[in-house]
Design a protein around this ligand. Structure first.
Ligand SMILES: O=C(NC/C=C/[C@H]1O[C@@H](n2ccc(=O)cc2)[C@H](O)[C@@H]1O)c1cc([N+](=O)[O-])cc(O)c1O
Ligand SMILES: [Mg+2]
Length: 214
């Protein structure tokens, strides 16, 4: 039967990228998505904004909601200091299998823990299962109707500390209006918008950076 798009994306990585070289994995995926098949990776333009925020925060403990094929996982993990850890949650087993291999091709498996399942099931288990006190940085890029409930769940589970940075993809396209209204109006967040474009297109999209104030 016909291969899936994530399978074809992985083949492009294994064909064009150098094992152990995260930048070549990023470039191979961006080339595939620009010239072969569009896929919902954050992409190179928004990815550069992600890079700058990660570098500024220099986090020890990172949570990513929505691994997909592991593109943003590789972008983030390649910038982490030695000993820092990224936990990434992926609901779809087929996507998770592809992402694991992309992460290994980039040589970043020691920094990344990919967990299969629903964010609402795993967020309450972060402390007892992974020994996490609080996260320094959270990247939201999963189902758009889960951004707000999962943010409230992270608050309730005590996973955010004064200064934790949340960075949310797609706040314009597809859009997350309820999440935006919450972080922009809540006294518990200092929020700002980074205008950009939907990955590999000219449509507007952007990232919202929200610092938890405790
Ligand atoms: O829909 C979008 N993203 C949804 C992503 C969902 C991912 O999060 C996982 N997940 C992981 C854990 C969960 O609990 C639930 C889902 C899903 O299994 C999937 O891998 C999207 C769409 C466009 N677009 O242009 O249409 C552009 C984008 O950048 C997007 O991110
Ligand atoms: Mg996205």
């Amino acid at each position: 039967t016909r291969s899936t798009r994530p399978q074809r994306l992985l083949k492009a990585v294994q064909k064009h990228a150098t094992r152990g070289d995260p930048q070549s994995v990023i470039s191979a995926i961006d080339h595939f998505c620009r010239h072969s098949e569009w896929a919902m990776n954050i992409g190179d333009e928004k990815g550069s904004i992600l890079d700058s925020v990660v570098s500024e925060v220099n986090p020890e403990k990172v949570l990513e909601l929505g691994t997909y094929c592991g593109y943003s996982t590789v972008r983030i993990a390649r910038l982490l200091p030695p000993g820092a850890r990224l936990i990434t949650l992926e609901f779809n087993a087929d996507y998770a299998a592809i992402a694991r291999q992309v992460i290994i091709w980039a040589g970043l498996e020691d920094k990344v823990q990919l967990v299969e399942g629903a964010s609402e099931d795993w967020i309450p288990r972060m402390k007892e299962h992974f020994g996490i006190e609080t996260f320094d940085f959270v990247f939201l890029d999963h189902w758009k109707d889960r951004y707000l409930p999962d943010t409230k769940l992270m608050e309730d589970c005590g996973l955010l500390r004064k200064g934790t940075v949340l960075l949310a993809d797609n706040v314009i396209c597809p859009g997350v209006p309820d999440y935006l209204a919450y972080v922009r109006n809540s006294l518990s967040y200092k929020s700002c918008y980074f205008k950009s474009h939907l990955e590999y297109t000219k449509a507007e999209d952007g990232l919202e950076k929200s610092v938890f104030l405790g």
